[in-house]
Design a protein around this ligand. Structure first.
Ligand SMILES: O=C(O)C(=O)C[C@]1(C(=O)O)C=C[C@@H](O)C=C1
Length: 271
């Protein structure tokens, strides 16, 4: 089974993928391309980040789930503990993934005020830049400094909150969508707008005592003020209350669409 995740080797996504498969892992530098590869049958699994406890949504992943018809089959939550890696202390630029730079913004301001930052495709891509250039430091997992390179760990635990954690999901072809699991994700595009619409979309869950763990609105891309809602609940699709609530949602979104990404279980991995 081929699993594709954000590369190159050494990203947090790679570490999350290793926690869910012993099989081959291949790399892509775009979350959208990973979801697309699974939707097109080029890969059997994809592991992508969806949400971080400091910085919030990985919007590229959410938008890819609205664009490509895939299933979510597992959730992996992992603590993110960043290190500053460089050949020595003489760097003038810090390169990392935009999420990682944002998660360490306060620490960088305090310790390297005014330092230039550059967003690159992943933390591991930043590490590669730092390996090849003494003027560049990277933010990434500290183990990136142990892979036969001259990089030093200049500082550890530089994320602005010690509780920093990222939630990844495992995506699979839509034929593998499951009704089993303690959580369910779905996307609603109502394609209408009237006072109380969002309230109406949430009531079917409140009425059945189903806990919402996340509601996120993303622009539909159709017109300004028009949204797609990404909703996660603590209940499985196998449950009658979930099926009833989703039937209500489908009635409300009659002009638009509802996509069930599937039900799944969650695991927390410390690596
Ligand atoms: O660049 C990486 O190492 C990634 O796996 C991406 C990513 C993200 O998109 O949030 C994953 C975990 C961390 O939050 C920082 C970056």
């Amino acid at each position: 089974m081929t699993t594709v995740t954000l590369g190159p080797e050494g990203t947090y996504s790679h570490r999350a993928a290793q926690a869910v498969t012993d099989d081959d892992i291949s790399f892509s530098e775009s979350v959208t391309a990973i979801v697309e590869a699974v939707a097109n049958g080029e890969a059997e699994r994809g592991v992508v980040p969806v949400e971080n406890s400091i910085e919030g949504s990985v919007t590229e992943s959410l938008d890819a789930f609205a664009e490509y018809d895939v299933a979510v089959v597992e959730e992996v939550i992992t603590p993110i503990r960043h290190a500053l890696l460089a050949q020595d202390d003489s760097f003038s630029l810090v390169a990392s993934h935009a999420q990682a730079l944002a998660q360490c913004r306060g620490w960088l301001d305090e310790h390297y005020p005014g330092v230039n930052v550059e967003a690159v495709a992943s933390t591991a891509r930043g590490v590669e830049r730092a390996r090849g250039d003494a003027d560049i430091a990277a933010i990434g997992h500290p183990e990136n400094a142990t892979n036969g390179t001259e990089l030093k760990v200049l500082a550890e635990d530089i994320q602005d909150r010690s509780s920093n954690a990222t939630r990844f999901v495992v995506v699979a072809p839509k034929s593998e969508r499951s009704e089993a699991g303690g959580k369910t994700s779905f996307i609603v595009y109502p394609d209408v707008d009237y006072p109380g619409l969002l309230l109406e979309l949430l009531e079917p869950f409140a009425d059945r005592d189903i806990n919402l763990t996340r509601v996120e609105s993303r622009p539909s891309g159709e017109r300004l003020g028009d949204y797609v809602f990404h909703i996660d609940i603590s209940a499985g699709l196998y449950e009658q209350r979930t099926q009833e609530a989703l039937a209500d949602i489908e009635d409300i979104a009659g002009k638009g669409w509802v996509r069930r990404l599937g039900s799944y279980d969650s695991k927390t991995v410390v690596n």
